[in-house]
Design a protein around this ligand. Structure first.
Ligand SMILES: Cc1cc2nc3c(=O)[nH]c(=O)nc-3n(C[C@H](O)[C@H](O)[C@H](O)COP(=O)(O)OP(=O)(O)OC[C@H]3O[C@@H](n4cnc5c(N)ncnc54)[C@H](O)[C@@H]3O)c2cc1C
Length: 351
């Protein structure tokens, strides 16, 4: 495999460590998470991560699962294009609206999902030159403002740096506490882009000028049209058989603690290990051995997943983080909030 960090780092070609800074009402210093040698943090750009994960794996794109049948002998998956595939195990890594989960536990996504009471406005824009430098200086990878006193939490994230290293693509999510967010007549359903932007500028007006700049630089056409409603889900039991779940299909959560993708990777590592045990003993066809292995996997998945979903809801950055064995991660293994150093920001490819 190519080196993961080099392949997926969203700050490339800049020579800066991943860093998420946190701004609150009561702390004046710059603090947050950073990629330190003794406390590593990788911030991956989604397309690069996907390309890296695809190394040496033949993938058939554009296959939409529509049906699943399984028994003690195997699983058959049907696709929208009329084709089908057979195997020993089906891993449903098909996200929060998982069709695999629906077949497995016979509950619709709508029935399972909980609404997170945050009304969200999303903007996307490129920043370049001195403006780009100023935002990198505020937080290389992202800038989080946690302001319950002003009624919102915001995250302005660098998505990727353009190949010349002189500009970057940013997105921001401005999330207001709002228990009515999923109501059909919610104002975000009908608001124009200009109205959403005006509202964003109004509720952020008490932020310091440098933290507010990204909202002010956004043009109405850079505001996302459709309303995004955050949802999570809690699964408390899963049948053990030839169909398993991983990732958001099993434990979709609020991204504020940056853990959904982490737990998805942990799921895949743990499942890989469990399936390796089966393969070693050549027991894929043995329904009892398979059930035992999947029960073990499901127990870990559910316990770790439930904990993470509940912690994500509390927006508690200090809550303990858990490892593949379901135990708290030791110091140095979990991202830790620390004061952040100020460094010279140099743009360009040779930076
Ligand atoms: C704004 C935002 C920021 C985030 N930030 C972080 C972060 O900093 N750190 C972190 O760890 N996590 C983060 N997350 C969470 C992370 O993105 C998810 O937890 C992770 O992507 C889940 O991976 P997954 O493979 O389970 O699901 P997904 O990434 O949702 O992938 C599911 C895949 O299944 C496919 N699919 C769906 N239905 C079907 C079907 N019927 N047939 C075939 N294919 C299907 C979809 O097309 C998709 O490719 C963030 C999420 C969001 C939204």
């Amino acid at each position: 495999m190519p080196d993961m960090r080099d392949s997926v780092d969203h700050l490339r070609p800049l020579n800066l460590p991943a860093q998420i800074s946190v701004y609150t009402a009561d702390r004046k210093d710059r603090f947050g998470y950073q990629d330190w040698p003794d406390n590593p943090l990788i911030r991956a750009e989604r397309r690069r991560l996907r390309a890296w994960l695809s190394t040496n794996i033949p993938i058939q794109w554009g296959k939409r699962v529509t049906g699943i049948t399984y028994d003690d002998n195997g699983v058959t998956v049907s696709f929208e294009d009329g084709s089908s595939a057979k195997g020993d195990i089906l891993v449903g890594a098909d996200g929060i609206n998982s069709i695999v989960r629906q077949h497995l536990i016979n509950r619709s996504a709508k029935d399972l999902q909980n609404v997170i009471p945050l009304a969200t406005t999303i903007g996307e824009l490129d920043l370049s030159g001195e403006t780009f430098k100023r935002h990198l200086a505020l937080g290389h990878s992202g800038i989080m403002c946690i302001r319950p006193d002003l009624g919102f939490v915001s995250f302005a994230g660098l998505h990727y740096v353009n190949p010349d290293g002189l500009s970057g693509h940013y997105y921001w999510n401005l999330m207001e506490y709002d228990s009515n967010v999923a109501k059909p007549d919610h104002w975000l359903q009908t608001a124009s882009k200009q109205e959403k932007l005006d509202r964003a500028l109004k509720i952020t007006e008490k932020l310091s000028p440098e933290l507010r700049e990204i909202f002010e630089l956004t043009k109405p056409e850079q505001i996302r049209d459709e309303q995004h409603i955050w949802r999570d889900l809690e699964i408390e039991s899963l049948p053990a058989g030839r169909v398993v779940l991983m990732g958001d299909a099993a434990h979709a959560m609020m991204p504020i603690r940056g853990e959904g993708g982490y737990h998805t990777l942990v799921d895949s590592l743990v499942l890989g290990e469990r399936l390796g045990e089966l393969a070693q003993e050549d027991k894929f066809k043995d329904p009892i051995a398979l059930r035992q292995i999947v029960t073990k996997y499901n127990d870990g998945l559910i316990g770790r997943g439930l904990q993470a979903v509940r912690d994500s809801r509390r927006l508690d950055l200090n809550a303990t983080r858990f490892g593949p064995d379901g135990k708290p991660l030791p110091e140095g293994k979990a991202p830790t909030l620390k004061p952040l150093p100020d460094v010279d920001i140099v743009l360009g490819v040779a930076a």
